[in-house]
Design a protein around this ligand. Structure first.
Ligand code: PEP
Ligand code: MG
Length: 588
């Protein structure tokens, strides 16, 4: 039966494929396809893993048999019996084999997929005791996964099978696109999927401008977040359509719906083809204003794609992604230096703006350690506050960035400043980093230093910021969050998260105006910059530098080419002054 689940549109486009349900805790399990001739080897790998764990349990049983009831209570023996039984469970074994043979999933992926299927069956059980066995099943599967992780796969991953042609829609073979459905995904989880097999993403939780959503957008893969109970309503392997433009997922679509979305997919493809012709066209408005279109990147490996998309530099390198998911082991100076240098060299002489680490709130360093210690992480120790709380770590990052600046044009960008004291402390640490490099005789290059304007306090004290910094960059995602007191990652208040609120627009307009008046560089690097429906407004407010996901650059360029800033300026001022700017904008 066809039904739809509504959420928030975060990354445009249409994906049509089969659902892959995944527990958030298991996204780090390897996901790849194997070749048909490798199926037997994969099943064997699983058998070896299961046998190894069974042996481990037998050994434990043997050890505790010789112990007294104090050291080894009776329950422990019973628990091991249950684990052994689950390990040999026919439904588990045949299910996993099914995913390997029928879908060509690698063994680990097949195991976690079948685990999801069985976990649901356990959830639906009436009997408390039986329902409680779900945890045992998960523990057993985790043991097998741990064992398999320690043993390298003899099987090389087959290339991704992602396909988009309409003629695949009714094809029931293995060769179909896959859509990942999870309760939640952290930004670091999402990043793992950059080169993955998935053609679309849906999560139950998350806001439109949460960092997970931002990473999904940067991957240019259709995604919907905040779809509430999507992961409960969909079953493993269901056919789904993800409409990333409307924020809807359609489950078990009828042939008519499939045909309609297939058509939309082809239209989007044609539009991309049309836009690609603008790649080498300079971004200049009808009245001759040059506009700088820059890229936001998360990893050094993203730089070539930014150049390919026609970016004239990187306006925001979110360096925190180098630090995430490393289970406490942060990259040292050399590792960071090599990463920044790789980004700089990847941009082939174009400038790279590296933002110092911005972790905290919805970007935990390590999502295996939930941030429950802080009542309100978005208002807590994040970004520059985190850096200043650990000067040795911050100095390491500053030295690495300065050293990378010897290889090309680098700008340094500081996130979330609000106080003059924080500015002074930051600049003094930058001086110390240079002095340390001098002392060590290490080469480094010049950097322009800029500040993010993303807290209302900063936007209201521009005089201080302009005194100390070479340029400013408007982080409109956080500026909206903090001006309106709306958690950007919380879908329950997502309807109130509004970058077009007159208060947000006033802060944006004043910042651009003041920077232009003083001849200081100003850009927008929040999601507003890549939103084509806002390009004319920002141009009219005097903005000439936009930084966004590479995938958005050509669409924004098209808007720039059609704009006349002299005519837009008075209209933009009206929009900012309006009680309801969105309706003025919509009526334009
Ligand atoms: C912003 O806040 O607008 C921004 C660009 O930074 P981030 O999204 O990484 O918080
Ligand atoms: Mg921010």
């Amino acid at each position: 039966m066809t039904f739809s689940v509504h959420g928030l549109a975060v990354a445009r486009g249409i994906a049509i494929g089969r659902a892959v349900l995944m527990a958030s805790s298991r996204v780090d399990v390897a996901h790849y396809f194997v070749e048909p001739e490798q199926v037997e080897a994969e099943i064997e790998r699983l058998r070896v893993g299961r046998n190894a764990v069974a042996e481990e349990i037998h050994r434990l049983q043997h050890t505790i048999a010789g112990m007294g009831p104090k050291e080894a209570p009776h329950e422990l023996g019973a628990l091991l019996d249950v684990h052994l039984m689950l390990l040999q469970d026919e439904e588990l074994i045949s299910g996993v084999k099914h995913w390997i043979t029928e879908r060509l999933y690698n063994a680990e992926w097949a195991l976690t997929t079948q685990l999801e299927v069985l976990a649901r069956q356990f959830d639906e059980m009436e009997d408390d005791y039986l329902r409680g066995r779900k945890a045992d099943l998960e523990q057993v599967a985790d043991r097998v996964l741990r064992y398999m992780r320690g043993v390298a796969s003899p099987v090389a991953p087959a290339p991704s099978r992602r396909k988009t042609q309409q003629d695949l829609l009714l094809d029931d073979s293995i060769d179909v696109p896959l859509v990942l459905i999870a309760h939640d995904l952290s930004p670091a989880d999402m990043l793992q999927f950059k080169q993955s097999v998935f053609a679309g993403f849906v999560t139950d939780v998350g806001g439109r401008n949460s960092h997970t959503a931002i990473v999904a957008r940067s991957m240019d893969i259709p995604a919907v977040v905040g779809a509430r109970s999507a992961s409960q309503l969909v079953r493993q392997d269901d056919w789904v359509v993800v409409d990333g433009d409307a924020g809807v997922m359609i489950v078990d679509p009828s042939p008519i719906i499939l045909a309609e979305y297939g058509f939309k997919q082809r239209q989007a493809e044609l539009e991309r083809g049309r836009l690609s012709r603008l790649r080498h066209t300079p971004a200049v408005t009808l009245d001759g204003q040059k506009v700088e279109l820059l890229a936001n990147i998360e990893l050094p490996e993203d730089a070539p794609a930014a150049v390919k998309a026609g970016a004239v530099g990187v306006g925001l390198f979110r360096s925190e992604f180098l630090f995430m998911g490393r289970r406490g082991r942060l990259p040292d100076e050399q590792e960071q230096y090599l990463a920044y240098r790789k980004a700089v060299e990847g941009m082939e002489g174009l400038p790279v703006t590296i933002r110092t680490i911005d972790v905290g709130a919805d970007k935990p360093l390590d999502d295996t350690v939930p941030d429950s210690a802080h009542l309100n992480p978005a208002l807590g120790l994040r970004a520059i506050r985190w850096s200043l709380a650990d000067p040795a770590m911050f100095l390491t990052q500053l030295r690495a960035i300065l050293r990378a600046a010897a290889h090309g044009k680098v700008n340094l960008l500081i996130p979330m400043l609000a106080h003059a004291s924080e500015i002074r402390q930051t600049l003094s640490l930058l001086d110390s980093a240079r002095a340390e490099l001098d002392k060590a005789g290490m080469a480094y290059g010049p950097v322009k230093v800029g500040a993010m304007i993303e807290i209302p306090a900063a936007a209201l004290t521009l005089k201080i910021f302009l005194k100390y910094f070479d340029f400013l960059s408007l982080g409109t995602n956080d500026l909206t969050q903090y001006t309106l007191a709306i958690d950007r990652a919380d879908e329950s208040v997502a309807h109130l998260y509004d970058p077009l609120h007159p208060a947000v627009l006033r802060l944006v307009a004043d910042t651009i105006h003041e920077c232009n008046r003083q001849g200081k560089g100003v850009s927008v690097c929040g999601e507003m910059a890549g939103d084509v429906s806002l390009t004319r407004l920002l141009l009219g407010l005097g903005l000439r530098s936009f930084s966004m996901h590479p995938a958005q650059i050509l669409a924004v360029k098209q808007e720039v080419l059609r704009a006349d800033t002299a005519r837009l300026a008075p209209w933009s001022a009206q929009v900012v002054d309006a009680e309801d700017p969105a309706s003025v904008l919509a009526g334009a």
